[in-house]
Design a protein around this ligand. Structure first.
Ligand SMILES: [Zn+2]
Length: 867
């Protein structure tokens, strides 16, 4: 699972409770007259409870195979199903089978044609078997049922905004703008909404899925499409078979009038594996541009893990109103519609991190599965780290380290706002809490530290060993540790205990003192040892002197560690943790000139980033030289940072800036740099002719919609009519990114003439992901400034958005609330005016205003009715 939308995540979690479930008190078995006492326990105190421990589900039966026959009642959003579930008792004899089956109608349960008695409470189907089965037996239970996903009240987590399992999108075709479709979302335990199963990640099964649909629909599921048969009633039944066992939460279906773009990957042994992209017809021409690097990724990860991609095929599908970012269903990955981009939009950024993330899950998650949600980092930390691995291979180390730095910041921010917990979190109160900045961001950084410590050979050999040892099985975190121990020969409990089974991170202060021919370096760990570990931290320290760079391997294993290194002549700089791997908050107390030296000689992205930022905020004479050098950095994010610092340059650099920054705005190869340059010129030199020339040139020639969008907003500040005219022309671009920029402009400046733009935008199918959500927000702001007539017209648009996907509805709700707030304010103002007119005995005016007020009250009522 790949989560997205940090804004929503943050908000949702800020509203969530963090209190833990209270344990039921243990039964008091004390009898009167019982004289036994123990020191430290007062017999009259309330009984003590054991701490919360979220145990792995006990395995009474092993799932072996599931055969499903499903068809759909689109009209009522229901699924009719027959499930044949084959299982075997794990160890102890069983006479009862307990299945997860949420909000279903259970019609019959059979075993060998014999009808069985069962108990069903809407969540658990408890079946009385016809005899006691032992572990040498295999049995197949048949359940006939109807699934009612829409009867479920909305649950889910910050990463997954729903737990309906099965989603009917626009099933009755009421919204002409959304292609009717059905898709599923199993993680965490939602697939048991649409088929009865043992819905736990420590189960593995193969499956045959027979999907019956109208002939116009394409279907997608796990495994291979074995047959596709037309039925007498005009429907078609597709038979998908997942041959290799996987966990029930990975079972998937996707149905709709999708176009299938066919690609393939050739395994090392020459076998061809199908790689298809399922998209809506309008996006067929762009599927290859969006997903086309998938086969290369499959080769890359197969080589890196030493385990060739094991599944029968690898298809990816893009669905509407998806409840998360993407999901790693085995060989049938779902993406939210934010990935829909045309080639021009892809210039501003691709979706390869998320594509890599889901693909890597096919080793970590699908092949070896976390045995419980407490062990989720065994899935998500690796998927998160795959983004680094792909970036490093495909786009270079700077790109990888830039993104890794953001990942670390994401962890620090969520730990600060939501609190710390062990990475392997046994005392969460709700399993959905596991999908947070720990399991993903922190876990990814921990794996990077482990790789740095063990070295690439041992790290990837450890991964290979782990995958082979636990293939097609569930695993827990200790099994990962043991795999690395087996390979490296080293006891790694120290590493796993502090990073996987403890909370927090080190806070390190570094101080240095020059004493004659040496430097004394003191590292102090300042985290609170009552809450957080005293870490053992192996790292490399770089000391730069007259004879060059000297790397020293050190291990911090005390709260204060002191190291002394020789220095020849000048001490130019010291970089603690020179590989920038340790997940820590650092306070590096070194003289400023060492940051300057680090910028030019450290070599790594973080060296330049920190060198630049420390120099930029100083008054050091070398400051300007560093900022100017950073404008020419080979890595674009350093160039962006440098542009943002250019306002600190001395006045005598103005001529240089007015030549250099426009040049960057027009010619830099990265659109984000051009955008930053345009922003800089318009913020700091809005009245210069060159700034206006740059805006015009960008609006006419830039390839990036983002850069054009920025220039347009700036243009509106000094040439309002020109900007609005240009905006009108740009309304014809087939781009959600462009629409988003126009909506931003119209939020502040749009009149009733621009209402059709919003109507067209929401109907266009081009808006998706953040472009859609921002446009909804802009629409809300736009409406606050419109007449009652437009506000009345907009009710229909808002109602459609409120009934759309969870995220659209979330933003539409805020748009509605914004309008309500503005109308309430207008009513208050009218009240004051009415009062004044009445005082002045101008009853005609008072009457007029009262009429206006009544109109607004009508609007208010209608808007309130939307919520
Ligand atoms: Zn994931």
């Amino acid at each position: 699972m790949k989560k997205i939308f940090p804004l929503i995540i943050f908000f949702a979690l800020a509203c969530g409770t963090s209190k833990r479930e209270t344990q039921k008190p243990t039964e008091n078995t004390e009898k009167p007259g019982d004289k036994l006492t123990f020191p430290g326990l007062d017999r009259h105190d309330p009984p003590q409870t054991r701490p919360v421990y979220q145990a792995t589900r006990t395995v009474l039966f092993d799932l072996i195979h599931t055969e499903l026959h499903v068809n759909f009642d689109w009209e009522n959003s229901r699924l009719h199903g027959v499930a044949n579930i084959t299982l075997s008792p794990r160890f102890y004899p069983q006479d009862t089978l307990v299945l997860d089956a949420k909000d279903m109608d259970i019609h019959f349960v059979f075993l060998d044609k014999q009808q069985l008695k069962y108990n069903y409470d809407g969540k658990i189907l408890k079946i009385a078997l016809n005899k006691t089965y032992t572990r040498s037996d295999t049995l197949t239970v048949k359940v006939e049922y109807t699934a009612n996903p829409d009867d479920r009240t909305q649950g889910g987590s910050s990463a997954i905004a729903g737990d309906k399992g099965l989603y009917f999108i626009n099933p009755r075709g009421g919204n002409p703008n959304v292609m009717p479709q059905i898709w599923t979302q199993g993680e965490t335990e939602s697939n048991s909404v649409w088929f009865p199963t043992i819905d736990a990640p420590n189960q593995k099964m193969s499956q045959d899925l027979y999907i019956t649909v109208a002939d116009k629909y394409s279907t997608l599921s796990n495994g291979l499409l074995l047959s596709s048969k037309k039925n007498a009633d005009g429907t078609r039944t597709d038979h998908w078979q997942q041959r290799l066992p996987h966990a029930p939460y990975l079972t998937m279906m996707g149905i709709g009038e999708f176009k299938v773009v066919k690609d393939s990957w050739t395994r090392g042994d020459g076998k061809k594996v199908e790689v298809h992209y399922y998209v809506e017809p309008e996006w067929e021409p762009y599927a290859q541009a969006i997903f086309g690097n998938t086969p290369e990724m499959m080769s890359f990860f197969s080589n890196l893990t030493g385990y060739a991609y094991p599944w029968d095929k690898y298809h990816q599908i893009v669905v509407r109103e998806y409840v998360s970012g993407a999901m790693e269903n085995t060989g049938a990955v779902i993406f939210g519609d934010m990935v829909y981009s045309n080639e021009r939009e892809l210039l501003d950024g691709n979706w390869e991190s998320i594509i890599a993330h889901e693909l890597f899950h096919h080793w970590f998650g699908d092949l070896v599965t976390c045995e419980s949600w407490s062990n989720l980092p065994l899935n998500e930390s690796f998927a998160n780290y795959s983004q680094f691995l792909w970036d490093e291979y495909k786009f270079g180390l700077d790109e990888a380290e830039y993104n890794a730095d953001n990942e670390a910041d994401g962890y620090f921010a969520t730990a600060k706002s939501q609190g710390h917990h062990d990475l392997i979190w046994f005392d969460y109160s709700d399993k959905e809490q596991m999908f947070d900045g720990h399991s993903y961001n922190k876990g990814g950084r921990i794996l990077h530290m482990l790789r740095d410590y063990l070295g690439d050979d041992a790290f990837f050999a450890g991964i290979k060993h782990y995958l082979h040892k636990h293939e097609f099985k569930p695993a827990e975190a200790h099994e990962l540790r043991i795999a690395f121990e087996d390979v490296s020969g080293e006891d790694l409990n120290w590493f796993f205990n502090q990073w996987f089974f403890a909370q927090g991170h080190p806070k390190i202060v570094v101080e240095q003192k020059r004493i004659q021919d040496s430097v004394v370096l003191t590292f102090t760990q300042e985290q609170d040892f009552k809450e957080f570990p005293l870490y053992k931290l192996p790292m490399t320290v770089s000391v730069f002197d007259a004879t060059g760079r000297h790397n020293h391997k050190v291990v911090l294993d005390k709260s204060r560690c002191v190291f002394t290194y020789p220095v020849k002549d000048t001490l130019y700089s010291i970089i603690p943790d020179a590989d920038h791997v340790i997940l820590a908050e650092w306070l590096d107390k070194k003289p400023l000139h060492q940051f300057e030296y680090q910028f030019f000689n450290g070599g790594k992205y973080i060296d330049r980033k920190n060198g630049l930022s420390n120099m930029a905020k100083s008054k050091d004479p070398a400051r300007d030289q560093v900022i100017i050098a950073a404008l020419n950095d080979p890595f674009y994010h350093i160039r962006i940072d440098a542009i943002k610092q250019c306002n600190r340059l001395k006045q005598d650099h103005k001529a240089f800036l007015l030549e250099k920054i426009p040049n960057m705005a027009l010619k830099d190869e990265k659109s984000l740099v051009r955008q930053a340059a345009v922003a800089f010129l318009n913020t700091h030199y809005p009245n210069e002719t060159i700034t206006k020339e740059v805006n015009t040139a960008v609006l006419n020639n830039d390839s990036s919609y983002k850069v054009i969008g920025s220039a347009l907003i700036y243009l509106s500040k000094y040439d309002f009519d020109g900007a609005m005219l240009k905006a009108r022309q740009l309304e014809n671009e087939k781009s959600g990114t462009m629409m988003n920029s126009l909506a931003t402009l119209y939020a502040d400046h749009g009149t009733e003439e621009h209402y059709p733009f919003f109507q067209k935008a929401f109907a266009s199918n081009l808006l998706s992901g953040t472009n859609l959500y921002n446009t909804i927000s802009s629409f809300g702001l736009y409406l606050t400034r419109q007449s009652a007539i437009i506000q009345e017209q907009a009710l229909k648009e808002l109602e459609t958005l409120l009934n759309g996907g969870a995220y659209s509805a979330f933003f539409a709700k805020y748009a509605v609330q914004n309008v309500i707030y503005s109308v309430e304010l207008a009513i208050k103002n009218l009240d004051l005016e009415i009062l004044t007119h009445e005082k002045e005995k101008d009853f005609l005016q008072a009457q007029q205003k009262t009429k206006e007020k009544l109109g607004l009250q009508e609007i208010l009522k209608k808007y309130a009715g939307l919520l």
